[in-house]
Design a protein around this ligand. Structure first.
Ligand SMILES: Nc1nc2c(ncn2[C@@H]2O[C@H](COP(=O)(O)OP(=O)(O)OP(=O)(O)O)[C@@H](O)[C@H]2O)c(=O)[nH]1
Ligand SMILES: [Mg+2]
Length: 280
């Protein structure tokens, strides 16, 4: 599936060669001038268009329905789950405070992570600075009240605790709480540096079960911490979940990018020049 490299004296000759090899729907991904024994040559990376489309289809999440609210008028709910330290809280802040990320829809923040010292305060500060409503929930009995207070929001971002395999009782508790919030989407936040075999195991532990709702999307975090083209897209593809966003740094809210586009690029399956950011 890796793109192929073609070289020639000018672009039309190289494009022609790529077309003959990969078919009429060839996609030219990158073009550059290289020196071959001192002679300038045009080099292109190209891939068959169908292959690119197929990978894109597997990675890309369906666009949001408009308006974003549920049919019963309640806010659309997007939860973030994942291993300890994956970047859930930081990503929740990015999603909630990034202006126009959800178009005209008004965001709200909610956390059920009442275990991690400082996590709540971190979110509360971002919410206050961006004037985004913020709720903390300790128990399922508080869900209705919190949802009522957030009823002016169109979309609610939900932060959850990191899951430690050693504390299964705790995990059971917060997963029941998450069920009670009936999320529309549950994004599994996975650091880009995670070994793919471990990632698959972790993803399995967040899959839907008879008892609990499970991950619907994958959100690869910390893409800035791995070298370019180092299998980040493979990681996303191996989990077989669609993706809306990736994160590539600690800055709130800037370091959040459209997922499929960035992953295709790290695969070498999208041109560098394509825009990095478009609001959803
Ligand atoms: N380099 C880099 N660091 C990130 C990124 N996202 C988050 N971080 C950092 O990772 C650390 C952990 O982030 P958190 O958002 O607290 O992670 P978490 O998943 O909420 O952690 P727990 O609640 O303890 O499970 C912090 O130092 C963040 O600044 C990213 O995209 N790139
Ligand atoms: Mg957290």
């Amino acid at each position: 599936m890796a793109p192929e490299r073609f070289r020639g004296v000018d672009l039309s000759q190289v494009a022609d060669r790529a077309r003959r090899s990969l078919g009429d729907d060839v996609m030219i991904l990158h073009t550059r001038v290289v020196r071959d024994g001192g002679v300038p040559m045009v080099e292109v990376m190209a891939e068959n268009g169908t292959t690119v489309d197929r990978v894109r289809e597997r990675l890309e999440a369906a666009p949001f329905a408009r308006p974003l609210r549920n049919a019963d008028g309640s806010p659309y709910r997007i939860a973030l789950v994942g291993p300890t330290g994956a970047g859930k809280t930081t990503t929740a802040a990015k999603l909630a405070v990034r202006r126009a990320l959800f178009g005209a829809a008004r965001p709200g923040l909610l956390t059920i992570d009442t275990y991690r010292v400082g996590g709540m305060e971190q979110l509360a500060t971002y919410a206050e600075l961006a004037d985004v409503p913020f709720e903390v929930i300790y128990d399922a009995s508080e869900v209705d009240g919190a949802m009522k207070r957030l009823s002016a929001c169109d979309v609610i971002i939900i932060d959850t605790p990191g899951r430690s395999p050693a504390s299964s009782d705790l995990t059971e508790r917060w997963r029941s709480l998450l069920d009670a919030l009936t999320p529309n989407e549950i994004h599994l936040v996975m650091p880009a540096s995670l070994r793919p075999d471990l990632a698959v195991d972790i993803a399995r532990s967040y899959a839907p079960t008879r008892a609990h709702v499970g991950a619907t999307h994958v959100l690869i975090s910390k893409v800035d911490e791995v070298p370019r083209g180092s299998g980040v897209a493979d990681l996303a593809l191996s989990l077989e979940l669609p993706t809306r966003w990736i994160t590539d740094g600690q800055d709130v809210p800037t370091d959040l990018k459209p997922g499929a586009q960035r992953l295709l690029r790290s695969y070498g399956l999208a041109a560098d020049a394509e825009p990095d950011w478009m609001p959803a």
